[in-house]
Design a protein around this ligand. Structure first.
Ligand code: AMP
Ligand code: FE
Ligand code: FE
Ligand code: ZN
Length: 287
């Protein structure tokens, strides 16, 4: 059975492996199908495609930073995986560019707040970790804090300093999730709600929100993800059975910024085929 991992990050966003390294790591781990899904950018696609080994398949995707109703009258930040969409679609290209700009300003703001509070970080150091055209994120600041000896790990940086709502947190203005679902569909892609019940990152949506999105064109929901407890996976499977959403599994690999190995969670081949059958933006590439 092919090993299918539909969510991974490179240095084009907050992963620590270059796109070339990401493909090599996936191949070495026996991954047959890998989706590259950097936050708010498609800038890693070409480099990953150029080194695809014979027989391995590459799903070109991205993880869209979104904001959603939480189903309780509030708002919450959520992630939406888009696959096989046309990257030149004007709405997507413009929105991703806007978001990358927001990310830079926001990370500057967070770094300045920490520097003002006496932490030994500065923007030059934080942004030195970022390749041209990459999406800046809190993990870049986390790594600067590790390098400065303030914390011992990226996880500790998030737990103590960078969590959503911390005194150093600065929000960014993300895309309404329904808009993102429509944009991805208009660009010929398919969308999957990423880790909807990742409770350790903060508040999560009610299941009714995911059900409403299914009616609005969402294709699938990520179920097998490290940040999902077993009972939450069961809840999501039940929801998918009721709404017709496809259920995926993936590592959300970030290199050494997270501890999960690539290919640690996988997607059923039949589900993958169903996902691909609904997309018409760009092809799955075969090495
Ligand atoms: P940002 O996109 O800048 O808001 O940062 C969010 C990113 O930080 C996510 O995509 C994860 O890769 C990472 N992240 C979120 N929470 C944690 C955590 N508790 N520990 C390590 N990394 C995290
Ligand atoms: Fe990330
Ligand atoms: Fe995510
Ligand atoms: Zn991710």
């Amino acid at each position: 059975m092919p090993r299918i991992d539909l969510h991974s990050h490179s240095t084009a966003s907050d992963g620590t492996d270059s796109p070339e390294e990401l493909i090599a790591v996936a191949a070495a781990a026996g991954v047959d199908v890998l989706a590259v899904t950097d936050h708010d950018t498609t800038s890693g696609w070409e480099r990953a495609a150029a080194v695809l080994p014979a027989g391995m398949r590459l799903v070109r995707g991205a993880e869209f930073s979104c904001v959603s109703d939480d189903g309780r009258g509030g708002r919450v930040s959520v992630h939406l995986l888009g696959y096989l969409f046309d990257p030149a679609h004007p709405a997507i290209a413009a929105e991703q560019e806007r978001l990358r700009g927001e990310r830079v300003e926001r990370l500057r703001g967070m770094t300045a707040k920490m520097a003002d509070a006496g932490y030994p970080v500065d923007t030059d150091q934080v942004f030195a970790l970022l390749p041209e055209g990459a999406s800046a994120g809190r993990p870049h600041l986390a790594r600067a804090l590790v390098a400065a000896g303030v914390v011992e790990s990226v996880d500790q940086a998030f737990a103590e300093l960078l969590y959503t709502g911390s005194p150093y947190y600065v929000p960014k203005s993300d895309t309404p999730v329904r808009t993102a679902v429509e944009m991805i569909r208009d660009a010929g892609g398919v969308s999957v709600f990423a880790h909807p019940l990742a409770r350790k990152r903060g508040r999560v949506v009610e299941l009714s929100v995911v059900a409403d999105l299914a009616a609005a064109g969402l294709t699938g929901v990520e179920v097998d993800h490290r940040d999902h407890a077993p009972d939450d996976r069961a809840l999501l499977r039940g929801l998918a059975a009721e709404t017709g959403l496809l259920t995926t599994g993936s590592s959300d690999y970030h290199g050494t910024n997270k501890t999960i190995p690539i290919g640690a969670e996988t997607t059923d081949p039949d589900v993958f085929d169903a996902l691909v059958a609904r997309a018409r933006g760009v092809e799955v590439l075969t090495g």
